[in-house]
Design a protein around this ligand. Sequence first.
Ligand code: ADP
Ligand code: MG
Length: 601
Amino acid sequence: MTKFEALGLKKSLLNAISDLGFESPSEVQEKAIPILLESETDLVALAQTGTGKTAAFGFPLIQKIDNESRTTQGLILSPTRELCLQITNELTLYSKYEKGVNVVAIYGGASITDQARQIKRGAQIVVATPGRMKDMIGRGLVDISKIDYCILDEADEMLNMGFMEDIKDILSNTPKEKSTWLFSATMPREVSVIAKKFMHNPQEITVGTKNSGATTVQHEYYIVGGRDRYPALKRLADTNPDIFSVIFCRTKRDTQKVAEKLIEDGYNAGALHGDLSQNQRDLVMNSFRKKQIQMLVATDVAARGIDVDDITHVINYQLPDEIETYTHRSGRTGRAGKSGISMVIVTRSELRKIKAIENKIQQAFISKKIPTGMEICEIQLYHLANKIKDTKVNEDVDNYLPAINDVLHGIDREELIKKIVSVEFTRFFNYYNKTKDLNTSDSGDRAERGGSRDGDSRIPADGNVRYFINVGEKDGYDWMSLKDFIRDTVNLGKDDIFKVDVKDSFSFFNTDAAATEAILKTFTEFKVDGRFVNVEVSKNPGGGGGGSGSRGRRDRSRSGGGRDSRDSDRNKGRRRERSTTKGSSPSSSGKRRTKRKSDFF
Ligand code: ADP
Ligand code: MG
C-alpha cells in the first residue's frame, strides 16, 4: 500500500496522483487528508508556502463531492486570479479519472458572461477571487446556497489584500451547515477573527513552526547607501549569472522604474504590478514561467499569485512596511523542498527592521558584502569558462571549420583561449573596472565624488578610454563616418578608434589611453560649421555629481536626469556594449545570460 493509499483516497485519485508523479504525501497532506475524508469538520491548517496545501484540500474535496449532481458543492476562495487558475488547473488534473467533474475559475479582468456561462453548464467546484465572486452573487450569476464545502485558501494573503468584507459577504450567502476549511501560511490576527466568526470547533493542524519562513531559505542582507540600491541590485544579479528571481519594490512606480532600468541595461527583466493591463500581466507571467524573464520586478500585491518553482533568489529591493509581508516575499523561493536565498538591500538606518524580521521568522540573517567589480569579473570569467566547457558542439560548424582555421591560423591554444574568453569578459571588465566599493556606503560615496573633481583621475593610466562627443545621427554621422571624421581630425591611425556608438544627438567612442591627450587637445574650442564640437572622457570612476557646472549639466541631460545620474551614465555604456554584442549576430543572443544552474552557486 502506498502512503497516499493509506490516507484513504480512492483508486481513481491514486491513479491521478501517480500520473502527477507525487510519490509520497507532504506533511500537511498526510495530516489533513484523513481528517477531511473521515469527518465533516471545520479545519484550520497552517503550513508554509510550497508545502502542497492545494492537494491537501483538493483530493478530499473531489472525493467527497457528488459528481452525478451538477449543483455547486464546493467553493474555493483564493486571493488572486493567478492562484485561481493554478488551483483550477491542479484540481482538473486531480479529477482526470472522475466522470463529469467540472471545476470553474471565476476571477476579475475576464469576461463575466463567459464565466457565468461556464457556471450554468454545471460546476460542482468553483474557484474564485472574493471580488469577482461577490460581484457574481450580486448579479445572481452563481448560486452557492447549497455548498457543502467552503475553502479559504491562502487566507492570510486574502485578508492582507483587504478582502475581509467581501469574504464575510460571500460567507453570508452560504448555508450554515457546511464544512469550512481554512488554509494559510501564517496566522495573523485577522485570520483568527475569521476562524472564530465563521467556523465551528475547527480542528487545527500546524506543519512546521507557526509563522516562520521556510527553513530552506537563507536570508541575507547587504548594507548600501540609499542611492546605491540599483547598482547593488545589478551586482547581485551579475554575481549570480543564472539567477531566476523575483525582485520586490514597495510601489508600482519603483517597480516599473527598476524593471525599465534593468531592461535598458540588458537584463532579461519584466515588471508585474497593478497598473498593467491583464493582458500585459499575462504576457509577463508567461515569459517568467518559461524563464525568458530572469528578473521579475513586482509589487507585493501583484506577486501574491506567483507559484513558480525553481526561483533561486528573492531580492528585497526595498523592505516592506509590514514584517508579515517579508514572509510572503521570501516564501516565493525555497519551494517544493528546494533551497533558495532571500536577499535584502538595506541602508544603515533600516537595520533595526532586519532585527524585527529575525525575531518574527526565528531565523538569523547573514550579513553579506556586495561583491566588488573585480570579484564579479572573476565570477563571470569562471562562469564563461564553464559555459564553454559545457557547450554542446554543433556539428554544423564543421562546414565552416576550414575557413575558420585559416583565420585563426598561427594562434596557439593559450592565446586562443585568452581571446575567446576576452570576447565576453571584456564587457564586464570595462564596466566594472574602477567602479567603487558599494559597501562603503555614505562616506565612500562622498570621498569618491570629491575625487572626481580632479579631472586627470578620470583618465586611466592604461587600457581603453571611452569618450562622449556631442554629435550624432542628427548631424549626419553614422559609425563609419564619425570614425573617419575623428581619425582625420586628430590625425590617428586606421584602427585607433573603436567601439563607435552613434546616438541621435551624441555618440561614444573608444581609444587607447595613449591617444587621450591628443583627442582632448584637438577638440578644445573646436568648431565645425560654427558649432562647437565637444569631446569628453565618458567612462570615469564616479564623476558627475561634484564636477564643474557644464560637465554636471551634460551628465544629467545625457542620463535622463535624476539622482542616479552617475550610475545611469555607466549603465548606458554597458547597455551599449551589451546591445552591440547582441546585435552583431543572431546567434550571439545565446550570450544574453544563460539560464541553467552554474557550478558556482
Ligand atoms: P502551497 O499551496 O502550500 O503553497 P502548492 O499546493 O501550490 O503549495 O504546491 C507546491 C508544489 O508542490 C506544486 O508544484 C505541487 O504540484 C507540488 N506538490 C504538492 N504535493 C506534492 C507531493 N506530495 N509530491 C510532490 N510534489 C507535490
Ligand atoms: Mg497554495
